[in-house]
Design a protein around this ligand. Structure first.
Ligand code: OGA
Ligand code: NI
Length: 345
């Protein structure tokens, strides 16, 4: 056992030292999945299960058209409440981000990941104090199988001057995309507040609907896609994630069944994260999801915008208006910074 682990440790170290990520392996012509990316069979989709493929269930799609018209707004808020309680995931359409802006930012991010290795390695780091990091897997450990994925992580997006730190191939596209994302966040913070029966500026005043970072993921074509995962099951930290994806692979755990979440034309996928579950005292759900490696000849690109607070010293706990004698607080208050530190982010 010890010998085997030593070998795996060496494999991880060698991989990390290339600073080329998974894309580097593919460029080097890898034809067999390296051991460090092998996931145990029980965490992989089983060949006999339908794996959500022919399920009729689908993540709700919420159309934000006419959201400021009174009757329509009521319907939207009801749909949002239901989706947040039952799924923790929903797609939004007519959110105001032009399709061209979404296409361009995906293209820009793909462009970064497809740069020659030498052009990317200067960014390769897991020093998360930096504004920009390029890495493959947030952590590489012998005890945890690695995901078949590279990430460019860009932090602190609401400060204009930080954009200069973003690699040039995708900088302007990200800048443009973020202009619209900020407006979507404002809209969603109002809708979520109203869906909770609170004043519409309630969540905005809690300062928890701000962009914290953008994780620009790239899932290269894999030689043995059925033996690995692009993303191990997890729920997201923070309050909310807004995800743009160019192809299938993402699945959400709904009533204990994995359901596919394919991209919907023009849609932005919204998923609730752990802190929103905490502040809503469990009313809204942060749900586990994972990314399968589809057996395709195309890489997959996705961009996750993590929404949370910029005030790391701020304590968050169940919103007092939402708790009562019959519905006591089931979570303790936590400092956002302390909570994120637990995950080294
Ligand atoms: C994440 C995530 C899914 C995807 O970044 O937390 O779940 O499709 N991403 O890339
Ligand atoms: Ni996630």
């Amino acid at each position: 056992m010890a010998v085997v682990d030593c070998e795996l440790e060496k494999e991880l170290k060698q991989f990390d030292e290339t600073k080329a990520g998974v894309k580097g392996l593919v460029d080097a012509g890898v034809t067999k999945l390296p051991r460090m990316f092998r996931h145990p069979p029980e965490t992989l989709p089983s060949p006999n299960q339908n794996n959500g493929l022919d399920s009729n269930l689908q993540v709700p799609v919420i159309d934000l058209k006419d959201v400021d018209i009174c009757d329509r707004r009521k319907e939207i808020i009801n749909d949002l409440r239901k989706a947040a309680e039952e799924w923790g995931f929903f797609q939004i359409v007519n959110h105001g981000i032009p399709i061209a802006v979404m296409d361009e930012v995906l293209k820009g991010v793909r462009g970064f990941h497809e740069l020659p290795q030498e052009a990317k390695e200067e960014w390769y780091s897991r020093d998360f104090k930096k504004k920009v990091n390029f890495f493959s897997n947030g952590e590489l450990k012998v005890s945890t199988p690695a995901d078949w994925r590279d990430t460019l992580s860009c932090k602190v997006l609401e400060d204009e001057c930080n954009f200069e730190a973003i690699p040039e191939v995708c900088r302007e596209q990200i800048r443009e995309y973020m202009k619209y994302i900020v407006k979507v966040q404002e809209k969603l913070s109002k809708l979520f507040s109203e869906a909770l029966g609170l004043d519409s500026d309630y969540l905005e005043n809690l300062r928890c609907f701000k962009s914290r970072s953008l994780a620009c993921h790239y899932y290269p074509v894999c030689p043995d896609p059925h033996l690995t995962l692009g993303g191990t099951r997890h729920s997201d930290l923070g309050f909310l994630t807004l995800l743009l994806q160019d192809s299938s692979g993402l699945q959400v755990l709904h009533d204990n069944v994995w359901i596919d979440v394919p991209p919907v034309e023009g849609a932005l996928l919204t998923n609730l994260a752990d802190m929103l579950q905490i502040v809503t005292n469990g009313k809204f759900k942060s749900v586990e999801h994972r990314v399968l490696m589809p057996a395709t000849l195309e890489p997959r690109t996705s961009i996750a915008c993590f929404v949370g607070t910029d005030d790391l010293q701020k304590p968050y706990g169940p919103i007092k208006e939402l708790i009562s004698e019959d519905n006591p607080a089931i979570y303790k208050e936590v400092l956002f910074g302390e909570y994120m530190n637990r995950y080294k982010l």
